[in-house]
Design a protein around this ligand. Structure first.
Ligand code: OMP
Length: 273
């Protein structure tokens, strides 16, 4: 099954556009996992089990693992997801951006080593930095377009022939690079007007939309701007707000994560139709 088909199925089966981001920051983990040999894996496993029926995708961010030489735990988390929740797309957030033969190694890492269904890629070096990923025709290539951070405007808003660069990227991907139908774009929830512009350019192409939760993006504005006619089309990511949700009386961290994930999924669903 292709990434896009799997994503379509997960949107429907879990009635969810919520992507649960796995950004395990050692300083923020509950005490029982901190500085334990397999602590990152155990923490993520509990988060996954607590939220899997609420999510349309999981998105581990590779830097949180690589910085601590914890790639082995990332491998194990990816294997756990594939074995136990094979119907939920696994997006590796790596934002790779190299070219040609080197990009091919990054593609091997994402798709073969970690078994990801899709990977985030930076298009700054052009098509030959994206093309190598397309050799894996059943996987997704999620290209940065209008990122959620304020500094994204430094380049993405530059005027290129009468339109901002992010719109040029959206058109390029939709009209030229996406010949095999395996591309998606990253557009931040912090910029709903730009999200609407991108949706108008790319038709039903899936969008990875980070920026709700800890970054403060407005859910109603995000869904209204980015949904397709079918009421889908987005993986709306939240990481810290779910991973480090403050437990209420009687809850542990996983129950708190589930509560916030469910509230977020339901808040998103309110605006889908
Ligand atoms: O590609 C991404 O996932 C991404 C793109 C973007 O424009 N903004 C953005 O925040 N992200 C990632 O999405 C996650 C957001 O985390 P929270 O702000 O904790 O919800 C982090 O892993 C970021 O690296």
């Amino acid at each position: 099954m292709t990434f896009i088909n799997k994503l379509n199925a997960a949107w429907a089966s879990n009635d969810s556009l919520l992507c649960v981001g796995l950004d395990p920051d050692m300083d923020k983990l509950p005490a029982q996992f901190r500085n334990q040999p397999n602590g990152i894996y155990e923490f993520c496993k509990e988060i996954i089990d607590a939220t899997a029926d609420l999510a349309c995708s999981f998105k581990p961010q590779i830097a949180y693992f690589a910085a601590l030489s914890a790639e082995r735990q990332l491998e194990d988390i990816c294997a756990y997801l594939r074995d136990n929740y094979p119907h939920i797309p696994l997006v590796l957030d790596a934002k790779r951006g190299d070219i040609g033969a080197t990009a091919r190694q990054y593609a091997r890492e994402a798709y073969d080593r970690y078994g990801a269904d899709a990977v985030t890629v930076n298009p700054y070096m052009g098509f030959d930095s994206v093309e190598p990923y397309m050799e894996w025709a059943d996987r997704g290539v999620i290209i940065l377009c209008r990122t959620s951070n304020a500094g994204g405007s430094d380049l993405q808003f530059l005027d290129v022939g009468g339109k901002p660069l992010y719109q040029h990227v959206a058109g390029l991907v939709a009209n030229k690079w996406n010949a095999n139908g395996q591309c998606a774009l990253v557009v931040g929830a912090t910029f709903p007007e730009e999200l609407a512009q991108v949706r108008a350019i790319v038709g039903d192409m899936p969008l990875l939309v980070p920026g709700i939760g800890a970054q403060g993006g407005d859910i109603a504005a995000t869904v209204n701007a980015g949904r397709t006619a079918a009421g889908t089309g987005m993986m709306i990511n939240s990481s810290r707000a779910i991973l480090y949700a403050a437990p209420q009386a009687g809850e542990d961290f996983a129950a708190a994560a589930r509560r916030v994930a469910e509230e977020t999924r339901d808040a998103i669903n309110q605006y889908r139709k």
